[in-house]
Design a protein around this ligand. Structure first.
Ligand SMILES: Cc1cc2nc3c(=O)[nH]c(=O)nc-3n(C[C@H](O)[C@H](O)[C@H](O)COP(=O)(O)O)c2cc1C
Length: 369
């Protein structure tokens, strides 16, 4: 699968290769904006009245049982490197009962060998919650229901993600920044596909207005994927530099940190809708996972840290995931939470810039209404 006789497949494989290689060999994380979770303080409980060994991170989400409220966020497929990464991520998801998202699967429709780079996850994770992936922009281009059904059956998916990535499409040298009609297409998919539909961003966050529109489309869950972690403007800027596209390079630089910080997006979407929520975007440790659960997320998700560990070795990946769960348990111990449902109710305070943003936002909406 080093190259094919089909120029269209070669183009897709090159883009997929860049999508893994650039985040691994360049710093494309947010530069001057954080996920704002540092402004969320969980209240310390000096009398937790539980033993550390009693702590149980198991949880239920979209009618599936998970070992911890952790999803390996949607990433990759479509290249030999992706095959290796998805194989390892699948093993991890199965062993620890985590969720796992696959990368955009349109490439998998082009050939059997490309499809295998995705389906390897199901081979290695027969009982894990696997999430199929398509792009909102591709819906506008005409990805139809039979194609979507093929994408779902490629990995025998438990849910389907539709990702919204207007920033990436804007900066990408060969991008298609066409979003007219996407909401209606999402509504149609919901009516025709039986498994749960999750709508996600890819690192710029979901606002309360968008969340309300998505709720009207009857989707089942939102992954807010806010800013503060991997920057897709950053990835595409580097690709634009490589092909000497100055306009896109400058645009990527300007919008590198664009988006709604993860903590703010989570707070406003939680206040706006009752849907199950996944928190993602720059989450890097178990304490941040605990903060997201306390802010109202049902699950957390991470992309770049899992990619980094999986590209190193299977051992590095398992060590990272076990550390993460230990950190989450640590936060649960120190808040006196034996179970995730107790962690969800634990008291927190918002400080600094995040508190200012939440208060100003409320005032702004009061003034408008
Ligand atoms: C290498 C890589 C590839 C990604 N590819 C996809 C994709 O195909 N579809 C998608 O919905 N999100 C994709 N994402 C976005 C992630 O799912 C996630 O929303 C975002 O990176 C924020 O998480 P992070 O800061 O933990 O990386 C990708 C992220 C990375 C790092």
């Amino acid at each position: 699968m080093s190259g094919s006789d089909n120029p269209e497949i070669d183009l897709i494989m090159n883009r997929k290769r860049d999508g893994i290689a650039i985040p691994l060999s360049n710093n494309v994380q947010s530069r001057f904006v954080s996920n704002h979770l540092e402004y969320v303080k969980l209240i310390h409980n000096a009398l937790p009245e539980i033993d550390f060994d009693e702590i149980n991170t198991a949880t239920e989400f979209l009618n599936h049982k998970f070992g911890s409220p952790i999803i390996i966020d949607s990433m990759t497929g479509g290249t030999p490197e992706a095959l290796k990464i998805n194989s390892r991520l699948g093993q991890l998801a199965e062993t620890l009962a985590l969720g796992m998202g696959l990368g955009s699967q349109r490439a998998g429709l082009k050939s059997t060998s490309l499809a295998e780079t995705y389906s390897v996850a199901r081979t290695n994770a027969p009982s894990a919650f696997l999430i199929a992936n398509i792009g909102g922009a591709q819906l506008a281009e005409g990805l139809d229901i039979p194609m979507i059904e093929k994408i779902i059956s490629m990995i025998d998916a438990n849910a389907l993600v539709i990702h919204l990535n207007p920033l990436q499409e804007l900066i990408q040298p060969e991008g298609e920044p066409k979003y007219r009609g996407v909401w209606e297409k999402i509504t149609k998919i919901r009516e025709n596909i039986s498994i749960p539909i999750i709508v996600k961003e890819v690192g710029s966050g979901i606002s309360q207005e968008v969340a309300l529109k998505l709720e009207k489309a009857n989707i089942n869950c939102i992954n807010i994927a806010g800013s503060g972690g991997t920057s897709w403007a950053g990835v595409e800027k580097i690709r634009a530099t490589k092909v000497k596209n100055d306009v896109k390079e400058n645009l990527g630089e300007l919008f590198w940190d664009w988006g709604i910080p993860t903590a703010l997006s989570l707070i406003e979407v939680r206040n706006a809708v009752d849907l199950p929520l996944i928190a993602s975007g720059g989450i890097r440790n178990g304490l941040e996972i605990a903060k997201c659960i306390a802010l109202g997320a049902n699950m957390s998700a991470m992309a770049y840290p899992f990619l980094k560990a999986a590209s190193e070795s299977k051992e590095a990946l398992f060590t990272f995931a076990n550390q993460l769960i230990y950190e989450l348990k640590g936060a649960m111990f120190l808040t006196g939470s034996a179970h995730i449902r107790e962690l969800a109710k634990s008291r927190l305070i918002l400080t600094g810039e995040l508190a200012d943003m939440v208060i100003n936002n409320e005032r702004y909406h009061q003034n408008k209404s």
